[in-house]
Design a protein around this ligand. Structure first.
Ligand SMILES: C[S@@+](CC[C@H](N)C(=O)[O-])C[C@H]1O[C@@H](n2cnc3c(N)ncnc32)[C@H](O)[C@@H]1O
Length: 237
């Protein structure tokens, strides 16, 4: 298992937050019949929780080492142009900006206007050029070969069309660009936990790392945060 963000506290708090959010989504989604199109459900959900998202999963606290580890995987250089797909409230922007410096440029896209409104409040404190767009991961509003690196954290598992979103990330990445995609899982990491993990993954297959959906024959798979998070990475051909 890779990295030091593997502190169980971080993984557990992610899992507890996810279970709480999941229960809320099941209740809301059933009432509105939203499960037929998860993207609609998640737009409403993230618009609703945007003002309090940073208290639970903002850039500080338990999530910070994990965010740093993912940003490190991007191999960013000064002056790079980087895209975060599902940028949320912008919690990863300061870390990416540190790496690319004032000559670099960050683009962020998210389905939720509410989340993007939170990022806009932070922009004055981020010393990099940041451009934000409202849009779908499955239909990215950028031309092909536009970025030196692409990051995604936290939504791919339950998108309406994860394969399409991964293809889109690959399309907009430039030749040789690093793509890092991360979301929750339950890694089979030994003993009783392995059995439990296998049962959970069978029950909720969308928690499996999407290595087979990636448009690259040999993506790398890392486990982080005590095995409660995966990172699938590849380079654009
Ligand atoms: C758990 S948050 C993660 C936010 C941010 N990446 C972070 O690290 O804090 C998931 C984000 O994905 C966005 N999202 C969900 N489905 C999406 C889709 N199909 N296209 C674009 N964004 C999406 C949500 O609006 C939300 O902002």
């Amino acid at each position: 298992m890779r990295g030091d963000s593997g502190k169980p506290g971080c993984g557990r708090s992610l899992l507890i937050g996810t279970i709480a959010a999941g229960l809320l989504l099941v209740v809301l989604g059933r009432r509105a019949g939203w499960w037929r199109d998860p993207n609609r459900l998640f737009t409403a959900f993230y618009d609703l929780i945007a003002p309090i998202y940073d208290r639970w999963a903002g850039e500080g606290g338990l999530m910070r080492p994990l965010r740093r580890e993912l940003v490190d995987m991007l191999d960013l250089e000064p002056g790079d142009q980087v895209l975060e797909v599902s940028v949320g409230t912008g919690a990863n922007l300061p870390l990416m900006c540190e790496k690319i410096g004032p000559s670099g440029r960050i683009s962020g896209v998210d389905i939720s206007e509410g989340m993007l409104a939170q990022v806009r409040k932070k922009l004055p404190s981020i010393p990099c050029a940041v451009e934000l767009r409202q849009g779908l991961a499955e239909d990215l509003p950028y031309q092909e070969n536009s970025f030196d690196a692409v990051l995604h954290l936290g939504a791919i598992n339950f998108m309406t069309d994860p394969r399409r979103a991964l293809e889109e990330m690959d399309r907009v990445a430039g030749p040789g660009a690093r793509i890092v995609v991360s979301d929750e899982t339950v890694a089979p990491v030994g003993g009783l936990r392995s059995l439990l993990s296998m049962a959970i993954l069978r029950l909720v297959p969308r928690l499996r790392p999407p290595t087979e959906l990636v448009p690259d024959p040999h993506p790398q798979l890392h486990y982080l945060a005590g095995g409660y998070l995966y990172a699938v990475t590849w380079r654009k051909a």
